[in-house]
Design a protein around this ligand. Structure first.
Ligand code: ATP
Ligand code: ZN
Length: 305
């Protein structure tokens, strides 16, 4: 009938009704909690920009964006940025697009290099800022997503998150563009980024020599899109507590040096990585000690359930 057609139209025009259906279908207990969460994304390139768009469309509460680079024409083989944005900073271009898509998301952008002294300080203080949710425990964000393309920047994220006891996820796409990885890192509970050095370090090959001047790494929008999708899916599972990410199932993740997702074979290995008691990162060792103190009580609570 005519009445039924009209009600269908009303439901379809509201993007939130599709998200709220996740609750009706029993996938999540309370979808609206998504508006309370803050996620920081470091690196707004091929993976980070797509992750930012996905979280924006999911209705995340607040996004903090960090990048020092500008949009280039050479980025057009990736998703998200458009040719008319060439020359803008990636943070400005991203804020423009994301606020158009969903004006309800609180966006904060930082055009800086997190590996410089000043940049690292601003990065740390922005993560500590609790103005969005003053009563929140811990830092001012719920999760940090690392979407950078180099070792130094990953080590800077690792340092900040170990110091702040901040859960984060690392991601990456290989130089040949056909494989990638995501990894959940909980300070003290799982291996940190310094606990288990990636392949380039383990094999003694300096990443800087891999990144030779004028030799560009391959990149595919498909692999970057897949990695961004895996990263944000894991983010939603962690924040909204559905599927296989619970506080106990600590070690989701596949690491670059073990070959993570491989698109040539559609191979998706996963594994847990425990912290290294000999880690060179002092803050990691402190978090490991703290975790060992709370672990017996947490294990008992899980067994009791
Ligand atoms: P390519 O290097 O392949 O030409 P890209 O630099 O855009 O492209 P991506 O892998 O698409 O690389 O994205 C990584 C993003 O991380 C880039 O936008 C880059 O500017 C950002 N990034 C890397 N290191 C830092 C850092 N130390 N501080 C802030 N942003 C960083
Ligand atoms: Zn460590």
């Amino acid at each position: 009938t005519k009445v039924q057609d009209m009600s269908a139209e009303v439901v379809d025009s509201n993007p939130y009704s599709r998200l709220m259906a996740l609750q009706r279908m029993g996938i999540v207990d309370n979808y609206e909690r998504i508006r309370d969460f803050s996620v920081a994304i470091v690196g707004i390139g091929g993976v980070g920009s797509v992750a930012a768009e996905m979280l924006t469309r999911c209705g995340i509460g607040r996004l903090l964006l960090y990048d020092y680079d500008k949009v280039e024409l050479a980025n057009m083989n990736r998703l998200f940025f458009r040719p008319e944005q060439v020359g803008m900073t990636k943070t400005d271009a991203a804020s423009q697009t994301l606020s158009d898509i969903n004006p309800d998301v609180v966006l904060e952008s930082f055009t800086l290099n997190i590996t410089t002294v000043q940049g690292f300080e601003t990065f740390m203080s922005s993560l500590r800022n609790k103005s969005f949710r003053p009563n929140k425990e811990g830092s001012g964000v719920d999760l940090v997503l690392s979407c950078v393309d180099n070792y130094e920047a990953r080590m800077a994220v690792n340092q900040a998150c170990n110091e702040l006891n901040q859960t984060w996820m690392e991601s990456g796409v290989s130089e040949d563009a056909v494989s990638g990885h995501i990894q959940l890192l909980i300070p003290g509970e799982t291996a940190c980024f310094a606990c288990a050095p990636p392949l380039v370090v383990a094999s003694g090959v300096d990443e800087r020599t891999l990144k030779r001047e004028g030799v560009c790494a391959a990149s595919l929008p498909t692999t970057m899109g897949v990695v961004a999708g895996l990263l944000v899916q894991n983010t939603l599972k962690l924040l909204l507590q559905f599927g296989q990410v619970s506080p106990y199932l600590i070690g989701f993740g596949f690491n670059a040096w073990l070959q993570g997702y491989n698109s040539l074979k559609d191979f998706f290995p996963t594994m847990e990585m425990r912290p290294n008691p000999q880690c060179s990162n002092a803050a990691c060792l402190e978090r490991q000690k703290e975790y060992l103190l709370v672990k017996p009580a947490r294990d008992a609570a899980i067994i009791a359930k």
